[in-house]
Design a protein around this ligand. Structure first.
Ligand SMILES: C[S@@+](CC[C@H](N)C(=O)[O-])C[C@H]1O[C@@H](n2cnc3c(N)ncnc32)[C@H](O)[C@@H]1O
Length: 234
């Protein structure tokens, strides 16, 4: 999952869009809430885009990701920032944070409910009191099954993308990378859909006091309207 070869083409084939636009939304959310965020940690940080934008806005931003390929890309692109490889289910940072984020379905990549609960307990242990855990979640119906879609061509490479539902509540995202007519890499990414009710209940059980779920992080901003945003305050 998220091999080195896929991590290298992730931004180039357009997946940079999500963290770039989410960063703008997050900055506005922080401003509207009037909260102070001195530092943040992004779980499943991918190629590091969200961290880099937040750091440019004066927030010390660290990232972690399960994929060695993603972490290598993040470090190559932003050598001045701190990125670490690990599994968010068990990995613990050395310090605590005012804000912990996880975006673009990273939480849905965790297929076992017990492991999602472990992430919540883990994050609770390193969010500062009064701090926030903010993440997005796939909404049922958001990832419709589709035939392979061409994502474009770049330096002789082209990427095809397809969504499948192998069983109720699960989604498989398949990307095929071609060089000319030759298939050079296939990634199958499995995701699980969780109900927002279950997620909120488990966050409360983990200790978060104020938990909300919304389809619009900021009123009137519909850019990510197909996604659930979950906001949990410690
Ligand atoms: C769809 S990508 C999103 C990357 C980035 N957040 C973005 O917005 O571009 C999901 C990321 O979650 C990471 N991931 C999946 N399971 C993880 C886990 N258990 N611990 C840490 N990262 C994980 C993947 O390696 C991948 O980089």
């Amino acid at each position: 999952m998220y091999s080195e070869i896929f991590s290298k083409v992730y931004d180039a084939f357009g997946w940079n869009y999500y963290p770039e636009s989410f960063a703008q939304l997050l900055l506005k959310w922080i401003e509207e809430k009037g909260i102070t965020v001195k530092n943040m940690l992004d779980l499943g940080c991918g190629t590091g885009i969200l961290c880099s934008i937040m750091q440019e806005h004066g927030i010390e931003a660290h990232g972690m990701d399960l994929s060695h390929g993603m972490i290598a890309m993040a470090k190559e692109k932003y050598p001045q920032l701190r990125f670490e490889q690990g599994n968010m289910v068990t990995w613990k940072p050395e310090k605590s944070y005012d804000l912990v984020t996880s975006t673009c379905d990273a939480l849905n990549h965790i297929l076992e409910p017990e492991e999602v609960k472990a992430v919540f307990r883990n994050v609770y242990s390193y969010v500062n009191p009064g701090g926030y855990f903010l993440f997005d979640l796939l909404r049922e119906g958001e990832a419709e099954e589709c035939e392979p879609v061409e994502l474009g061509e770049l330096e002789g490479k082209r990427l095809q993308f397809q969504i499948r539902h192998p069983q109720e509540g699960f989604v498989t995202l398949q990307t095929d990378l071609y060089e000319g007519e030759q298939l050079v890499n296939t990634e199958k990414i499995q995701e699980r859909i969780y109900s927002s009710e279950w997620i909120m209940e488990e966050l409360r059980r983990a200790g978060f006091s104020d938990v909300t779920c919304t389809d619009q992080l900021l009123e009137g901003h519909e850019e990510h309207a197909a996604t659930w945003f979950v906001i949990a305050k410690k």
